[in-house]
Structure formats: C-alpha cells, structure tokens
Design a protein around this ligand. Structure first.
Ligand code: ADP
Length: 402
C-alpha cells in the first residue's frame, strides 16, 4: 500500500511516501520519497527539496507565486524528473494530512469529504495560521490525485477524551459555550510515543501510566492512562503550559490585562510578544533555539542561565501536575528536538522525581541513543528517549482507515 503524508505548517510543507508491503510494521520504515517546501527562508521564493530513497537529492528555488501550484510541483516529482518513485499518481492508495485543529467534534482521524473540509475551514477561527495551510494541502492533493481517499489526522484528537474537569476553564459559561476550552495539541506525537513506548517495553499501552514530554520549539506534556490522554499542558491554543522556545507558556492572565492597558499595546503586538518573543528567547535575549542558550550558559551568561532555570522549573512543575492527574507513573518519555538531544534537560527533569523510585542511568542518558530505556534496571519508573515520527503515525492512521 502506498501512503502519501502531507504535513503543512505555517512556514513549511513537508511530505513523504511510504510503501507498505503486507502487515503494518512495528518499527517505522523509511519513506521511499521525502519532500519539503520552505516558504519563509528566502523571501519571495519557495525552496523545494526532494529526496528519493534511491537517487539524487533535488534542490530548487522557485518564485513563490501560488502556494498550491508549488505544492503541485512538489507532488509531481513523485512520478516525473530524474528519479521518480511512481509510474503515475494513480499508484497512491491513500493520502493522510496533519490537521492541527479538529475542535470538539473530530475525536478521531476521518476520511475527508466536503463536510470535513468545511469544518476545517470553520475551525480556522481557533487555528488561524495552521488550519488554512492544512486545507490548502488537501485541496492541492485533491487536484493532483482526484478520487484517492484523503484522511484528516487531527493534532487535537488524541486529547478528545479529557474529562470536563480537565478541559473546562473557570470563566463564565457564556464564553465556554463559544468553544473556549482546553483542546491540547501535539496529539499525533504523544500517540506515537505511547505506542512506541509500549513496543520498546514489550507491554500493552493500556496497562501503562505514561507522561510523554514533547519538547521541541513548541513543548507539551500528556498524561496517558488506559491508553488515553487524560491531561495535557497545552490548552485552547498551543500557548498554554510549558515555557517553550519563543512562547511564554502559562502566565498570570492578569499580565495580559495589565499590558493591554498600556498605551502602545494592541492585540497583534501582544500576540507577537507571547508567541514569538518570549520563552527561552525572551529571557535569554539570545535565541529560541536551545543550543546557543546552552553555549551561552557555558560562557557564563547569567540571563541564559536564568532562561534554562525557568524552563526547567516550568517543566518539573508541569510533570508534577501530570503525575497528580495520573496518580502514579510507570513511564516517562522524552521526545522532539530538545527531548531527544539534550541530556542535561532530561537529567534535571528527572532529578525532581527520585522520590518516586525513578533512577536515571546517567551514562546511558549521555550516550545519545534513540528509542531506548535510560533508567537504571532497579528504577521503579522507566525513562525512554523516543524519536518522534509524526508522519509515520499519520500513515498508520491511514492504514487503519483503508
Ligand atoms: P518543532 O517543534 O518545530 O518540530 P523540533 O522538534 O525539531 O522542532 O525541535 C527543535 C528544537 O530542538 C530546536 O529549537 C533546538 O532548541 C532543539 N535541539 C535540537 N538539537 C539540540 C541539541 N543537540 N541540544 C539541545 N537542543 C537541541
């Protein structure tokens, strides 16, 4: 079965093609074709990169006219050019799209029809940057592949089983009735980590209490019991919860009221401050990327040290909050850019939880291994580092629906 995955973000569009033969493999296979478009790196141009499994990497820079034409151009490299992987577009069996917001209605992956497209468009009110980009990918793929079934895999769906007590904000009902509630995000990654963790430990996911820490540019935690997310740190938007690269995470809402009363403040500016100028970048003044911040700490930069300390304080206290929701912990998972590559973050995060009987193997933690258990054999909590594979999770959802 040939499964095409499209993963559209605000600044990039990534895509890959899996070729599955027989049963669904336990370990993610390598895609036979990968491609990406970067819309923002070079203003006025789209940078396209295409990587067939066997063949040459193609890199192109073309004038950014219509986004859908550029997506079409990227998809056409599947069966045209020097190293095509297909004879024709009709060889694709199913197409999966990452869709950021599925609202309260879409609680699982869904075959896309007109009604689903309308819902994705309507939900742009909650995800104004991402849902329109996701829809653009769906429409472009529809033009190229005609009647090939397409699936929407929602980033919110994994958190659809939160109880009202976990998803309701304590504001007047008049506002919660408008759909203002906690939705949670990164669901595709948290779900992948749940299953990969179970597979690494040779256990059933339903029998484990897990906290999955997705620490990338955006950061969120999920508390997973009986296979379901019962609590998470992101909320109505991806701004809530942990301190992130450039997002503030949870702050006293009174600060927003205070700032909005200032004469030079408006909503757009506040949005920019909280989403793009805060977090590690805001405190350190150096970068939203963890690496330069760590380098500055090594050189004795005090603000960088404070940024790290605030990040860790936020991470530990939110892990504590997830722990309270779960009532215990079997597995702690670290994933995404920071979670997979920063041993110091994992070490400091675990240091607060030794009272649970959690014992990290410091040597293993430093070895930069992937998809491994880095806890001591006697530890009462397993600690895993998992390379998240959201595209593969989207492909798996397609496989189940085909
Ligand atoms: P996104 O959330 O956009 O998918 P990633 O999961 O790729 O992002 O995470 C990106 C972040 O990972 C970078 O901003 C950087 O801070 C962090 N990162 C990557 N490699 C390292 C490393 N070796 N040490 C510390 N942080 C790293």
């Amino acid at each position: 079965m040939k499964i095409l995955v499209l993963n559209a973000g605000s600044s990039s569009q990534k895509s890959c093609l899996y070729d599955l033969d027989g049963a669904l493999p336990d370990i993610p296979p390598e895609p036979i074709w990968e491609a990406s478009i970067d819309w923002t790196h070079h203003e006025g141009f789209a940078e396209i990169k295409v990587k067939p499994k066997h063949g040459k990497v193609l890199e192109e820079e073309i004038a950014a006219t219509s986004r859908s034409e550029i997506i079409t151009h990227m998809l056409e490299t599947l069966w045209s050019g020097e190293d095509p992987v297909l004879k024709s577009p009709s060889e694709v069996d199913i197409i999966g799209h990452r869709v950021v917001h599925g609202g309260a209605e879409y609680r699982q992956s869904t075959i896309i029809n007109d009604e689903v497209k309308e819902a994705i468009a309507k939900l742009a009110i909650f995800a104004p940057v991402h849902n329109p980009a996701n829809l653009e990918g769906i429409i472009a793929a529809e033009k190229v592949f005609g009647n090939v079934p397409q699936v929407a895999v929602f980033d919110t769906a994994f958190h659809a089983h939160l109880a009202p007590a976990a998803y309701t904000y304590a504001i007047p009902t008049k506002y919660t009735e408008q759909g203002i509630r906690r939705y949670g995000f990164h669901g595709i990654s948290h779900q992948y980590c749940r299953d990969r963790a179970a597979s690494i430990l040779n256990r059933k996911a339903e029998d484990l209490r897990l906290i999955t820490c997705h620490l990338g540019n955006g950061c969120s935690l999920a508390a997973i019991r009986n296979g379901q997310s019962i609590d998470t740190t992101m909320g109505f938007t991806p701004l809530e919860g942990l301190v992130m690269g450039s997002r503030s995470g949870s702050i006293d809402a009174g600060i927003l009221i205070h700032l909005l009363r200032q004469p030079d403040m408006d909503v757009e500016k506040l949005d920019r401050i909280l989403n793009r100028e805060s977090g590690l970048l805001g405190i350190s003044g150096i970068s939203a990327d963890f690496r330069p911040v760590l380098k500055a700490i090594a050189e004795g930069n005090q603000q960088a040290q404070l940024a790290f300390d605030v990040y860790m304080h936020s991470l530990r206290s939110h892990i504590g909050s997830m722990l309270a929701s779960l009532g215990g912990l079997d597995v702690l998972v670290f994933t995404a850019g920071v979670g997979e590559n920063a041993p110091l973050v994992r070490e400091r995060a675990c240091a607060g939880f030794e009272f649970l009987g959690l014992k990290l193997d410091l040597d293993k933690n430093d070895q930069r291994l992937m998809d491994v258990d880095i806890a001591m054999p006697e530890s009462l909590v397993r600690v895993l580092v998992i390379h998240t594979q959201e595209d593969w999770e989207i492909a798996r959802e397609c496989w189940h629906l085909k």
